[in-house]
Design a protein around this ligand. Structure first.
Ligand code: 5RP
Length: 219
């Protein structure tokens, strides 16, 4: 199975978690795109979606799927999204596509978070994938200095990239994340940080992992 076939398989498996008549939270990235394409096949069964990025909203609308503003929605039954890394506790690194803030918001508003990923994303210790941090532009240097002081690693500006919220991303390289919840909390508390890409304080509820032996469900 290729990596794309594994992504497609987990996207199909995630449809099982979509309940008729509910609103579905939709993530961002190549795996989430496979899910959007699967969701299109059952679009008449759901009430609509809330998207975690402009890109996903466009893809959903392209399929004729209704996209609601989060503020007009009282409950999201399930949030389905990919990840850049996951450990066995379903702590995640997200934000490779730069959508981490809206992803964390939609995940927080959802009753259940189903993460979909191919097997390359499952790691013992997170941090090989540079940890994204969304930052208010004027605080870039301050935040970079505080990151080095408080958690270590090497924050690197994601060149030529602006988030959907008009902010910048610092990717923290060379950070071995032994205590994900602690690092998430410390980064959250740095003034000028909007969001960091660790989803550990509120991890995923289910990980659907695409492997050569089929889709594995980890809870
Ligand atoms: C975007 C994300 C994505 O979920 C993450 O980057 C995984 O992407 P892909 O499915 O393309 O590997 O967090 O901000």
């Amino acid at each position: 199975m290729t990596q794309d076939e594994m992504k497609q398989a987990v996207a199909q498996a995630a449809i099982e978690y979509v309940e008729a008549g509910t609103i579905v939270g939709v993530g961002t990235g190549s795996t989430a795109n496979f899910f959007i394409d699967e969701l299109a096949k059952i679009k008449h069964k759901i009430e609509g979606t809330v998207a975690s990025s402009e890109a996903s909203a466009e893809r959903l609308k392209g399929h004729g799927i209704e996209v609601f503003d989060l503020n007009s929605v009282s409950e999201i039954a399930v949030y389905v999204d990919g990840a850049d890394e996951s450990n066995k506790y379903l702590h995640l690194i997200k934000g490779g596509g730069g959508a981490l803030t809206r992803e964390k918001i939609v995940a927080a508003a959802s009753k259940k978070f189903v993460c979909i990923a191919d097997e390359s994303k499952l790691v013992d210790v997170m941090g090989k994938f540079p940890l994204p941090v969304e930052v208010i532009p004027m605080a870039r240097s301050l935040v970079a200095r505080e990151i080095i002081k408080q958690v270590g690693g090497e924050p690197v500006l994601r060149e030529g990239f602006t988030t959907d919220n008009g902010n910048i991303i610092l990717d923290i390289h060379n950070l071995e994340i032994m205590e994900p919840t602690k690092i998430e909390q410390i980064l959250t508390n740095i003034t000028g940080v909007v969001t960091n890409g660790l989803f550990a304080i509120k991890p995923a509820n289910v990980l659907l992992l695409g492997t050569q032996d089929g889709v594995k469900t980890i809870t």
